[in-house]
Design a protein around this ligand. Structure first.
Ligand code: VGL
Ligand code: ZN
Length: 197
């Protein structure tokens, strides 16, 4: 059974000094680099938003980062501007190995956010990753990266729902932890049948 490592969003804006810094985000780079040698396939994801993306608080007059808003597809957290296409903030951490098989970009549509590597936040629009994995005969996934409670969480739950055998290596993830979002994410991943290691 082919086993892939999926490295979620290890980008400058999610590391200390970045626009949406995750505490300790840079600490996972070296462990992830070592892990890559243990897998038959390595896939990196890259949060990749156009300027003025609808998930940015700056696109909603009167709103502040971390406020909630209502989108046509449901509630959405509003973020500081981050991971704008082609900027240094959207680049991978300088020490992250990028000798991966595939780099999958997500969140590139202006009107919809995409936490998951499989479906955008409407939970319907596919990114194409399912087809890629199936075509390569990959059935087993290990997820690492940033942030545990958003992009790792939604990717892991979607992967499990799609029938992949999914493990999240929590030691190689770091969380934003907004209003209990980490505890909720852990519960949701457990309920979906994700193995938390
Ligand atoms: C992420 C918030 C906004 C993540 C991406 O990678 O977890 N979180 N965009
Ligand atoms: Zn984003």
């Amino acid at each position: 059974m082919t086993h892939a490592l999926i490295v979620i969003d290890v980008q400058n804006d999610f590391c200390p000094g970045g626009a949406l810094a995750v505490s300790g985000g840079d600490e996972i780079v070296a462990p992830i680099n070592s892990l890559m040698d243990e897998f038959e396939a390595v896939i990196l994801t890259q949060d990749w938003h156009p300027a003025e993306h609808s998930s940015f608080a700056s696109s909603h007059p009167g709103k502040n980062p971390f406020d909630m808003t209502q989108m046509p597809y449901g509630p959405q957290v509003l973020w500081p501007d981050h991971c704008v296409q082609g900027t240094q903030g959207a680049a991978f951490h300088v020490d992250l190995r990028t000798d991966a098989d595939l780099i999958l970009r997500k969140g590139f549509r202006g009107s919809i956010d995409s936490y998951s590597a499989f479906f955008e936040n409407d939970q319907k629009t596919p990114t194409g990753l399912k087809g890629y994995l199936e075509t390569r005969g990959i059935e087993k996934l290990t997820l690492v990266g940033l942030a545990t409670d958003f992009c790792v969480h939604f990717s892991a739950v979607d992967a499990a729902k799609l029938g992949f055998d999914v493990t999240v290596r929590q030691d190689a993830c770091r969380a934003i932890d907004l209003d209990g979002s980490l505890d909720a994410a852990i519960q949701a991943m457990r309920d979906a049948g994700v193995t938390l290691a």
